[in-house]
Design a binder for this molecule. Structure first.
Ligand code: ADQ
Length: 458
């Protein structure tokens, strides 16, 4: 079996099973693939260096070899905080109003992709299979080909691919997509993303695109397919057996004193629709004032990307909204919203999800959204809660038995909350059983197997 080389912006160093702060989903799935195939995980160390040397830090942990490089401060500013998180992330999440098109960001992005290729290339053996991840590294395959790599190289995008009309706002958009056609296989989360990408290739590049999703362009062939990512289902369910999970569940249940708990768990990111969600909850309390005292909303939102100003702003907006809702509706012994700005271990999250009668997952755009799947996995079979899910999350394609909503409509979300609160046990069970079947069978192990098989052909 050929070796697997995984490349992503950051590398997650594998930890022993059950170790404190053990990593979740992707790291677990990729770690087991790397172990099976004696592979290497390559990426940025997260550290800065005054002068880029390309020196590799190679380590072996839990049977997985990692190879990392340090980047210069300017690289981090232009490539990571700049092009990746200020240009591509907002644009790909349909937020062209937040996208910044700075020439230096683009240059830094190209420079770092070149640095990745220069450092990785000498590690490669001729039959290695290379799997590149996410929007930080769109042009990496082309850079490796330019160095002479003849390997099979695949790419998976974890976030949405925007419609052509939006994507063409990006300066040099064609250069980016041309570089992606150096890959043998390009994977997206959803069929919608596949269609948008193929539409772009045919319309803007004049590439030959067939019904099976094969793109032929300038002598190269690229297959394009959807591979919806799943949950590390077995590991996550195991988390439910931990004392930490039971304590977390108990903490929520005892402190909520019989109120119906709703939960949201999201990185503090404008794509997750948090201000809109808070407005919907406010609408719900206005429409059903008698339910304020019976309802508790817990929002867990750890800050992310604090170096980017749009992320600082969303934090302020949410603090304001949470304060307003609570200020207007709290009693001396009761607040309707608990807003928590921190992360929790996965074991504790399991317990929080289980304590919640309703899971609110309402991003404005999301590649997939694994929180929706975690919420389903954590429910008790005899008394499962109800998932309210944005139709704009990739997960909505698979999780049709959830209550699907338009997150921009406070009225629709508010009504879904009422329906979920009133849903009879039989209906909750019926919906949940179907959802659980999907989440358990379309899990991250199968996702990774499907992608690697499609790429390596074994
Ligand atoms: P993210 O945008 O990070 O990922 P998501 O899929 O929801 O979004 O994954 C978030 C992960 O972080 C979940 O496992 C969740 O449990 C965890 N998390 C969130 N809040 C947390 C908290 N307070 N404490 C601890 N953990 C927390 C990107 C794309 C998604 C895509 C994934 C995987 O944006 O659309 O599903 O990659 O491809």
């Amino acid at each position: 079996m050929s070796r697997l080389i995984v490349v992503s912006n950051r590398v997650s160093v594998p930890k022993a099973r059950g170790a404190a702060g053990a990593q979740g989903g992707l790291a677990v799935a990729l770690g087991s693939a790397l172990r099976e195939r004696r592979g290497i995980w390559f990426g940025w160390s997260g550290e800065e260096t005054p002068h880029f040397t390309g020196d590799l830090d190679m380590q072996r942990n839990q049977g997985v070899t990692t190879a990392t490089i340090d980047l210069e401060h300017q690289d981090v500013e232009e490539y990571y905080n700049g092009y990746a998180n200020r240009t591509l992330w907002p644009l790909f999440h349909y937020r062209i109003d937040l996208a910044e098109f700075e020439r230096d960001f683009g240059k830094g992005y190209e420079r770092v992709n070149q640095r990745f290729a220069d450092s990785l290339y000498p590690l490669l053996e001729s039959d290695d299979v290379i799997w590149v991840h996410d929007y930080h590294l769109l042009p990496l395959g082309e850079r490796l080909r330019a160095r002479g790599a003849k390997n099979r190289i695949g790419f998976f995008l974890h976030i949405p691919w925007p419609p052509t009309r939006l994507f063409v706002s990006l300066p040099y958009h064609d250069r980016l997509v041309r570089s992606m056609l150096s890959y043998d296989l390009v994977g997206f989360q959803t069929e919608e993303a596949v269609e948008s990408f193929l539409h772009y290739c045919a319309r803007e590049l004049g590439a030959d695109v067939d019904d099976a999703g094969t793109v032929r362009f300038e002598g190269r062939t690229t297959r394009v397919r959807s591979f919806p990512i799943g949950l590390d289902y077995d590991e996550f369910c195991e988390a439910g057996n931990s004392g930490e999970a039971r304590n977390a569940q108990q903490r929520v249940l005892s402190s909520s004193r019989g109120r119906k708990v709703m939960i949201g768990v999201d990185r503090l990111d404008y794509s997750k629709g948090l201000p809109e969600r808070f407005d919907s909850i406010s609408r719900f309390f206005d429409a059903y004032p008698e339910r304020v005292a019976e309802t508790l909303y817990i929002q867990i939102a750890p800050p992310s990307r604090q170096d980017v100003s749009s992320y600082q702003r969303i934090r302020e907006v949410l603090e304001g909204k949470a304060g307003q809702i609570n200020g207007a509706r709290s009693e001396v012994d009761m607040v309707p919203i608990r807003y928590v700005n921190r992360g929790y271990p996965r074991n504790a999250l399991f317990g929080f999800y289980r304590a919640a009668r309703i899971g609110l997952v309402t991003p404005l755009r999301d590649g997939m959204n694994l929180v929706a799947k975690e919420y389903i996995a954590a429910q008790h079979p005899e008394d499962p809660g109800v998932l309210i899910l944005s139709r704009f999350a990739g997960a909505a394609d698979q999780l049709g038995e959830a209550l699907l909503v338009n997150p921009h409509s406070a009225e629709e979300v508010s009504e879904a909350i009422r329906v979920a609160q009133d849903m009879p046990l039989d209906e909750r069970k019926e919906r949940w059983q179907a959802l659980r079947e999907t989440v358990s069978s379309q899990n991250v192990v199968n996702w990774r197997r499907d992608f690697v098989n499609a790429l390596a052909g074994d």
